[in-house]
Design a protein around this ligand. Sequence first.
Ligand code: NAD
Length: 391
Amino acid sequence: MKTIAVLGAGYAGMRAAKKLAHANLDARIILVNRNPYHYEATQLHQVAAGTKEPADVTFDIRKAVSPRIEVLIDTVTGIDQDKRQVGLGKHEPLRYDYLINALGFESETFGIKGAEENGWPLVDIDTALAARRRLENTLANYRNSHDPNDLHVVVCGAGFTSIEYLGELVYRMPKLVAKYDLPADQVKIICVEASPKILPMFSQNLVDWAVNYLKKKGVEFHTSTAITEVRPGAVVSNDQEFRANTIIWTTGVRGSHIIADSGYNQKRNRVVVEDDLSLTDHPEEFLIGDVSAVPDPESGRLFPTTAQISIAQADTAAANVIARVQGRQTQRFRFKSIGTVCSLGPQAGVAEIDMMGKWKLKGAVVGIVKKIVNDRSVLELANVKTMLESN
Ligand code: NAD
């Protein structure tokens, strides 16, 4: 009997396992993940801001997948492509005939001095909770310290994660100010972005709306300001310094370090794959999600690393593994975006939807759209029961 290993139970891995289970193959399907739970990476910013609890954005993998899937809770330590073997922290190495690698992302520091030591990334439940504790403890500390930097937060980068985090933060901050009895007029929220443009994937009027919304709630934006160093209590951009005792590091992501550690030909731990998402020299191996670099023939660039695209890649990779097992031709990856949603807290946001015409949305209605997107995502990865339980 053939063994199909799926590494990682993020969006890509969960979806691939679900699709493989439905195929009724005469094969052993093993899903390996470090934690017994899946987390919704697109909602980590809410855990970090304290507007959602970990239980709201996680679900038990074993309860969510088909009993046909063997779930192995362990940490992948390496992949031996020639031996077709996955190294594991606690178990014996796992031999496979087919591999779907969906090991996901880590925080990217671009080698910026002090970023790792002094910035708080949002990459999983533990880091999101750590960032939340840092924020709350630092604000609470102001009553003893009277250090104005305890009331300052710097958010590094103005990509999706940063902007969505800022939206939650401005929503929660008045509650924290009241809770810790803080001087509201001295609270400062600063966003520092290297590029001149924020949220470049949205139309300018939506970007302007989002930026104005956040500015009105007190966020100070510094664009065209590349961070060159992070020190304890300060973010530095050449000769400018932004002082804050909470520094949120959301300047982008790279793939899992297991990719470089295992000797793959990679850039930022992403591996360029064939148009069917397999590797040229290892057609039994498929890479999807953040560890994969998939050229988009339409734009000539790589597809971005979004949850929506990861789920679509999982469908193609699973269909192609099934095709290989059954001796059929594989299919190439195709993707049609149904739109992009950027929430700004629970009551606002911007969205461009491409379904039954093009929709440009802003304001409270986006909160409803985001809820639909989140529910749909859980449904695509798990089942109706999990979706209802996570509401
Ligand atoms: P990102 O790459 O989208 O944004 C990072 C931002 O940090 C960029 O604007 C970049 O210019 C800036 N930056 C990088 N280095 C810098 C420096 N030295 N100084 C100042 N600014 C710097 O990363 P992300 O926000 O972590 O998102 C990761 C991926 O996940 C993206 O593909 C994103 O589209 C996706 N995502 C999507 C959603 C959504 O669809 N709602 C939500 C979260 C993340």
